[in-house]
Structures are given as structure tokens and as C-alpha cells.
Design a protein around this ligand. Structure first.
Ligand SMILES: [Zn+2]
Length: 406
């Protein structure tokens, strides 16, 4: 069960400075209280609330800039385990605090500048009981749960792109552009994996996605849509919805991994299956599926996606197509970049669950490996990646057209 105990704190006057900048975050412990202080360049409105499973404290601000001192973010102080921040959606910056147990916000307020001090947002937290946290009737946090679940799309036939009209005699049909969705993993408040020398997965995935888009569109054969084109958080199911709305015919989610063994490197490719092909694949899917939790989303009123036979069928067919595409991709990419041995594995990734769009997930490499981390940041890597991908993508659509002619 997931539960939210929101406490809403707003300012009476909507004196929102759109260009406020956070200049420091401090966390301290005093008796039973843990205090968080944000230093701000201007006056802002904010919401703060708590979530359970896991226990989190969430602070939503208008979109702010960040100019923090060059030292690590606060961690392991009082109730605070760790902290992250980033754009939650356009217009909303979110700070998420992982806390050690059921927490209540005892007070939260904004202080005007005084002396050498700038504006400060102060939030005090104290331990409470789980019962107290869950027991109260409560309203929902406005930013988290307000998005109604999207109705399940009627499944179309197992991935059958519309047939083209037969061309007039002597006239070559002008092929329509295929629509490809590239999904840069993570973003905003969810940074993804952190590399050995500080590279964020969310930045690596966006650069690779942009380069890939450019390379594919240059051919004139493809229209490429990115699920995000800036450093913003997108929930997993919204990534799938974006793909459907855009009429995507192929969905490629781009990530970068990290692992304890720092010697392991190389790209790997995953497709969806109900059962993961091995323990590591299962653990990876688990990790990637946690993005919504990491971003401080209340999952208590998520509706279970209704499945029916049609969706099942479509899914099976698109799963086969995904698997075939992944296999050819591994082959083509091997010529261009370092590929993990034994790659193309199967795991239950939430982001690959569009029933009617063949979907794969690519882990570009391991940010836990120094060489990979360095490599993934280079233009040359992105160019080779795009080249290998294009070969496989061309073959993928050629196969579909071939099947239609028969
Ligand atoms: Zn990832």
C-alpha cells in the first residue's frame, strides 16, 4: 500500500519570483527535529508533503535555478537519508528527501532576508508513527496525483502499419516516413545512475538520444520524436503514452547502467518479457522501474492497466518483433561499439509495455566503469551508436515491408 499525508504550505501572497535561484541546501539535527534550510534569491510559494512506501518528504517549488556551493548534497543527517532535486515537470521543481522512517512535517515557512542572510525556506521534520502518518483523512498532493490515469488504448491489430495505396502506373510510390520514438531515460528530479567521476545518467541518455534523432532524420526516411528534450522528469507510463500519441512504430529507450564490479563494461540490449532472463536482468528492471518512486510520486491511486485478449495478442506479436530487432541491433552495434558479452536479455521494464509498439531498451554502457564513463560522453561514441542503430532500423522496416508485399 502506498499512502500520502500531505501538508500544504502556501504563501498568502502569490509573490512568485520566476527567476528565483537556490543558492544553498543545509540539513541539521536538533534534539528530535531535523531541519532543512534552502537559501533562495527571492520569494517563492511552495508545497510540502510526505509519502510512505518508501518514506519520503517532498517539496515542490516553482521552476527555480540552482547555484549550489561545490560540496556534496546533505545526506545521513537526522531523519534524512539522501536528497535529490530537479525539474518534475515544466514549471515545477521538486526536492525529494528519503527519510529513515514515518515522518511528519512539524513546520515549514519562508523567512525574509535579514542581515547577511537571503530568503530562506525552513522545514522541520520529526519522527512519527506509521499509524499517525497513515491514519488521518487527507487530501492529495496537488502535483503528484492529479493526473488521471489514461484510458487504455484499444489495441490495434498486432503491429500492422497501414497499407499504402497502390501507386499509379509508372509512378514510384513516395514512401511515408516511419515514426521512431527515442526515450532518454530519467531526467529532472530523477538523475538515474551516477558515474564514477560524477556523470549523470540522465545527461548521457539525452545527448545520445539527440544525436540519434539527428542521424536518423538526416536520411529523410524517419521522423523521430523524443519523449523528453530537456532535463525534466517524465513518468514511465507517460513515456509510453507519448509514443502511442505520436503514432510510434518503434520505441527505443536509452539508459546507462552501473554495477558493483567496476571492470564490467559494454553496451547491452533488453526486451520485455514477463520473466527476466536472469537475476541481473531482473535487478536492472527493478532499478529502472523505480523512477516514479524516486521522483516522489504517490502511486496509491494508480489503476492497474486493464488487459484483454487483444492487447495480449498485440503484445506477443510486438514482443517477437522487439526480440528480432534487438538481436539484429546487437549484431550491428558490435561493429561500432564495445558490447557486453551475452547481451540481449529479457526483463520486465515498465517503459517497454506499449502493447502494440515494438520496444527495446538499450543500456549504453556502465557508468561504474571509468572507460565506459569517459567513452559515453564523447561525440565519437554517439556517432558510432547512431550508425549501428540506423543499420538495424533500416533492416527492421525493410522486413516489415517485405512481409506486407507477400
Ligand atoms: Zn536508467
Amino acid at each position: 500500500m502506498v499512502f500520502a499525508t500531505p501538508l500544504l504550505w502556501g504563501l498568502a501572497t502569490p509573490a512568485v519570483a520566476a527567476d528565483a535561484i537556490v543558492t544553498d541546501i543545509r540539513v541539521g539535527k536538533q534534539d528530535q527535529q531535523t531541519r532543512l534550510v534552502l537559501e533562495l534569491s527571492g520569494r517563492i510559494a511552495f508545497n510540502a508533503f510526505t509519502l510512505a512506501d518508501p518514506y519520503r518528504v517532498v517539496i515542490d517549488l516553482p521552476e527555480v535555478g540552482w547555484r549550489l556551493p561545490a560540496r556534496p548534497l546533505p545526506a545521513r543527517t537526522g531523519l534524512l537519508k539522501s536528497l535529490r532535486y530537479g525539474l518534475f515537470k515544466p514549471g515545477t521543481t521538486r526536492i525529494v528527501l528519503d527519510v529513515t522512517g514515518p515522518t511528519r512535517i512539524s513546520q515549514a515557512f519562508l523567512l525574509d532576508p535579514g542581515g547577511a542572510q537571503s530568503y530562506r525556506l525552513v522545514l522541520d521534520m520529526a519522527l512519527t508513527t506509521r499509524q499517525a502518518m497513515l491514519g488521518k483523512p487527507q487530501s492529495k498532493p496537488p502535483t503528484a496525483a492529479a493526473i488521471p490515469p489514461k484510458p487504455v488504448q484499444k489495441a490495434s491489430l498486432p503491429f500492422a502499419p497501414p497499407l499504402r495505396k497502390p501507386a499509379a502506373k509508372g509512378q514510384k510510390p513516395k514512401p511515408r516516413k516511419r515514426v521512431i520514438i527515442i526515450d532518454p531515460g530519467h531526467g529532472g528530479v530523477d538523475p538515474g545512475t551516477l558515474g564514477r567521476s560524477g556523470t549523470y545518467e540522465k545527461h548521457v541518455t539525452l545527448s545520445a538520444a539527440r544525436a540519434l534523432k539527428q542521424h536518423l532524420e538526416k536520411t529523410g526516411r524517419y521522423t523521430v520524436k523524443l519523449t523528453r528534450n530537456r532535463d525534466v522528469f517524465i513518468r514511465l507510463r507517460d513515456r509510453v503514452a507519448i509514443a502511442r500519441d505520436a503514432g510510434g512504430e518503434l520505441f527505443i529507450s536509452v539508459h546507462a547502467d552501473a554495477i558493483k564490479n567496476r571492470n564490467i563494461r559494454g553496451l547491452s540490449v533488453y526486451t520485455l518479457s514477463e520473466r527476466a532472463s536472469d537475476k541481473e536482468a531482473a535487478a536492472l528492471a527493478d532499478k529502472e522501474n523505480k523512477a516514479d518512486l524516486i521522483a516522489g510520486i504517490d502511486l496509491s491511486n494508480e489503476s492497474q492497466e486493464v488487459t484483454n485478449i487483444l492487447i495480449d495478442l498485440a503484445q506477443r506479436e510486438s514482443m517477437n518483433q522487439s526480440a528480432r530487432f534487438a538481436a539484429s541491433l546487437v549484431k550491428d552495434l558490435r561493429k561500432e561499439v564495445k558490447v557486453l558479452r551475452n547481451t540481449h536479455r529479457f526483463a520486465g521494464f515498465a517503459v517497454l509495455k506499449a502493447p502494440d509498439i515494438p520496444s527495446i531498451l538499450v543500456e549504453l554502457g556502465f557508468l561504474s566503469n571509468r572507460q565506459d564513463e569517459k567513452e559515453l560522453r564523447t561525440k565519437s561514441f554517439r556517432r558510432r551508436l547512431a550508425r549501428g542503430m540506423l543499420t538495424s532500423i533500416d533492416a527492421f522496416f525493410a522486413r516489415i515491408e517485405e512481409a506486407q508485399r507477400r
